[in-house]
Ligand binder design. Sequence first.
Ligand SMILES: [Zn+2]
Ligand SMILES: [Zn+2]
Length: 237
Amino acid sequence: MIEKVDISLKRSQRWFWPDFCFLCQGRLPADRDLCAGCEQSLPRVQWGCPRCAAAGAVVEGGDAICGECQNHPPAYDGAQAVFRYASPMDKLIQQLKYHGRLELSRVLGGYLAEHLLALDDPLPDVVIPVPLHVSRLRERGYNQSFEIARFVARRLHVPLDWEGAKRIRPTVPQAELPRDQRRKNVRGAFTTSEVFFGRRVAIVDDVMTSGHTVNALAESLRRSGALDVRVWVVARA
Ligand SMILES: [Zn+2]
Ligand SMILES: [Zn+2]
């Protein structure tokens, strides 16, 4: 575990402030990652279910949960997503996740942190990234959720714990499975330490699609005695 984290940290030191917009390659003013036009085009969530962050129509009052959460309440208490997983956000996430563009973790982590700070909700005791299985981590060389979570934790001044949760068996990537097999695929995939007993935990991930992955992790955190479990993602499909 320690060895893998070291690899991840070493690689992530390559991040830098770019001269060109990540999306359109247009020239950028200082301290910006995307040009104003591209930033405007990002698909921000207008209304998300407070429980699972699924995008929906704006609800008066804004605190009603979606039908899916009413029928099948998830193991986590609430979720926040900044964007819908749609163009051009999907491109940025894929660049980070599959093409080693680690500098994007600062950009995406920055958007997530800004969103959370603006909510002004009580902060958790600890932030954890969704862990990758050792085999996947070796293959990819880094965990994009960890890279994003680092920036969020630092910005919010909340401790980051990258060792308390582990993925104990390799799973087929959820995106490669039909919807009805995704829950079973990740069930029991995680183990979490007793350090989370009585604590309020926020799980950070890049994308949430069916929600089964974070739900399986939240179930494990509950078994470890976590008091409150939130899910924070950059984008929600
Ligand atoms: Zn641009
Ligand atoms: Zn919901």
